[in-house]
Design a protein around this ligand. Structure first.
Ligand code: S3P
Length: 183
């Protein structure tokens, strides 16, 4: 049984959504995908919201949703998968740190730019901060990921109370490690 909420963070394509799904299955716990919640609230795809309303608008909605979701999880523990940019906002970092101090686990799925870029390229056109203008080559994707990740690295690490290095792990191994560590 899941005794506390597990919040997955990490860069785009770090495996948050898939790992969250497997954790929810293992624990028979509710699954909350913050990006999915936003798509429902906004009634639009994230890429389209970025294009029509801009990133600032998206971040405001993301902060509101995170706040609401964390409140819900005080009553019923859940598995939460966040969007890769959630740590870019100070208010979100504060909420994540408070959640961790209150006993929830904030788990950073860490991966190298090479691993992330390869996975991003498998799912083209869905990451507005990587290739909103045009499809990038793998090499250009690695460079773009490096720049963004460097700017976010400290935030991912400072918000997390558990860090899992996922480069050499299968999804099942990541899940196993989380279950062992988050006991
Ligand atoms: C973003 C990551 C995306 C999504 C949005 C912004 C980011 O989520 O929230 O495109 O800034 O890293 P995933 O991490 O699920 O791709």
């Amino acid at each position: 049984m899941l005794s506390t909420t597990l919040i997955l963070t990490g860069f785009m394509a770090s495996g948050k959504s898939r790992v969250a799904r497997l954790l929810a299955e293992q624990y028979h716990a509710p699954l909350i995908d913050l990006d999915q919640r936003l798509v429902e609230i906004l009634g639009d795809s994230i890429s389209h919201v970025f294009r029509t309303h801009g990133e600032k608008y998206f971040r405001e909605k993301e902060t509101q949703s995170l706040q609401q979701v964390l409140q819900e999880c005080h009553a019923v523990p859940a598995i939460i998968s966040t969007g890769g940019g959630v740590v870019t906002e100070r208010a979100n970092r504060a909420m994540l740190k408070t959640a961790s101090e209150e006993g929830m686990h904030v788990i950073y799925l860490r991966a190298s730019p090479q691993t992330l870029a390869k996975r991003i390229r498998r799912d083209p056109g869905t990451r507005p901060l990587i290739d909103a203008e045009k499809m990038l080559s793998l090499e250009d994707t690695v460079e773009r990921v490096k720049v963004l990740l460097e700017g976010r690295r400290a935030s991912y690490e400072s918000c997390a109370d558990i860090i899992i290095d996922t480069d050499c792990l299968s999804l099942a191994e990541v899940v196993e490690k989380i279950i062992d560590t988050a006991k």
